[in-house]
Design a protein around this ligand. Structure first.
Ligand SMILES: NC(=O)C1=CN([C@@H]2O[C@H](COP(=O)(O)OP(=O)(O)OC[C@H]3O[C@@H](n4cnc5c(N)ncnc54)[C@H](OP(=O)(O)O)[C@@H]3O)[C@@H](O)[C@H]2O)C=CC1
Ligand SMILES: Nc1nc(O)c(N)c(N[C@@H]2O[C@H](COP(=O)(O)O)[C@@H](O)[C@H]2O)n1
Length: 221
């Protein structure tokens, strides 16, 4: 069994999620950040790849105090569980995601064993796989500990692997009113292309702030 897995990501009109520097680019407008905050608050866990942690140093917490309060009233932790996919345990000790504002799980492989003790002082470490984190085993584990709604915030490399494993149920993509350009700028789905393009069904599409918010169901064949 696996959680319902949905991606939420902000893209430029030309499909880029950052520029060639790979540093965080503000693509979402205020309205979209509010939508993302609500989505986080209604998730059990939020997952990112180590590439995103190294580029953005995200905290992945719910920003709106009222939303955190509502979670607590509903018997949940203030913030969803944060999950980092990191085969070699490259996560910096001072990463914001390792602070005490939320429970954090760092998923690694046999390649990361040397740093496990160090990271375990700040987060839970789980080992799934030999070279790359076995995403299927990780999602089964998350389901076992009670995660039913898993939000994936990126980046493109992690999303590619999850798609290959047929793990993603839905894409929520906000298209900001900008073109970033650049052959080497990261995109919503990076890595190798698919021999047979992954098909999507449009769930909804609406103008939001200065951009467009779209929801897509993934149709696996
Ligand atoms: N606009 C937006 O909404 C967002 C933009 N971004 C942007 O995306 C970029 C980062 O994306 P990217 O570089 O692709 O990094 P990712 O966050 O996708 O992390 C990828 C890394 O995760 C590790 N990993 C471990 N196991 C797996 C596995 N099974 N499958 C895939 N990856 C695995 C790998 O490193 P290792 O082998 O060392 O473990 C891999 O290189 C940044 O520029 C960031 O700003 C990110 C999120 C949202
Ligand atoms: N929704 C959205 N819009 C953008 O324009 C973005 N750049 C991102 N980035 C994602 O948000 C993470 C930062 O989260 P915190 O504010 O630190 O909680 C970042 O790592 C990306 O995953 N998202």
């Amino acid at each position: 069994m696996k959680p319902f897995v949905f991606v939420n990501i902000a893209s430029s009109i030309d499909g880029k999620i950052s520029d060639e520097s790979r540093k965080q680019v503000r693509i979402s407008c205020r309205e979209d950040f509010q939508r993302v905050d609500r989505l986080r608050a209604f998730s059990d866990a939020i997952m990112v790849g180590i590439g995103t942690v190294l580029s953005d140093d995200p905290s992945l917490t719910v920003k709106d105090e009222r939303l955190r309060y509502e979670r607590v009233q509903a018997g949940k932790d203030e913030n969803p569980i944060r999950v980092v996919v990191d085969s070699r345990l490259r996560i910096p000790l001072n990463a914001k995601i390792l602070d005490d504002r939320a429970r954090t799980i760092v998923a690694t492989t046999e390649k990361g064993l040397e740093r496990v003790k160090l990271i375990e002082e700040r987060a839970e470490v789980v080992v799934f796989g030999r070279e790359k984190v076995d995403l299927r085993l990780l999602c089964e584990y998350l389901y076992k500990i009670g995660v039913r709604r898993l939000m994936v915030e990126g980046g493109g490399t992690l999303i590619n692997s999850l798609l290959r494993e047929k793990m993603i149920d839905e894409f929520n993509i906000y298209y900001g009113n900008m073109i970033i350009g650049g052959r080497n700028s990261p995109t919503v789905v990076d890595g190798e292309s698919f021999a047979d393009p992954v098909r999507l069904e449009l769930i909804s599409c609406q103008k939001l702030g200065e951009g467009i918010f779209t929801r897509w169901r993934v149709v696996y064949r």
